[in-house]
Design a protein. Structure first.
Length: 145
């Protein structure tokens, strides 16, 4: 079974966000093994970078405003290509400070969900939902409408 890692700086504080993440992790369990690694927030992105870089596994995608935007269908196609190759996938979500340039440079790809800025805690839910949607699209499910 393919492994999907989510490395994020900061902990979820609100129960409703924890519940939403748990629901998507449960849904994803039929497609992949999800591991979420929470790293402590530091003084800024430079101080956070070393710990983030230690957690790169397989094909690493950093979430960044300047990243490439993809439709849900395109994202599903990207995920399918990686899983067909047996790639472990790691997504990186930075703190409210963003990501250090070293992290962005070391990543295999940069991905943006929007030109808008989202709270990093909420973004974890958005990412899990989109990964789930990608697997549902590739499985031919009616979930994606």
């Amino acid at each position: 079974m393919i492994k999907v890692n989510i490395v994020c700086v900061g902990k979820l504080k609100e129960q409703y966000l924890k519940d939403a993440c748990a629901e998507y992790e449960k849904r994803l369990s039929r497609f992949c093994k999800v591991e979420i690694k929470e790293l402590p927030e530091r003084q800024g992105p430079r101080e956070e970078a070393e710990e983030i870089l230690k957690n790169f596994r397989g094909y690493t995608i950093a979430l960044a405003l300047e990243g490439r935007m993809r439709s849900s269908e395109q994202f599903a196609s990207d995920i399918r290509a990686l899983t067909d190759r047996g790639e472990e996938i790691t997504f990186i979500i930075g703190s409210s400070f963003g990501l250090d340039p070293r992290v962005k440079k070391a990543a295999d790809a940069l991905l943006s969900f929007s030109e808008m800025t989202f709270p990093h805690q909420l973004f974890r839910v958005l990412l899990l939902e989109q990964v789930y949607r990608a697997f549902m699209i590739t499985s031919g499910s009616e979930y994606h409408k």
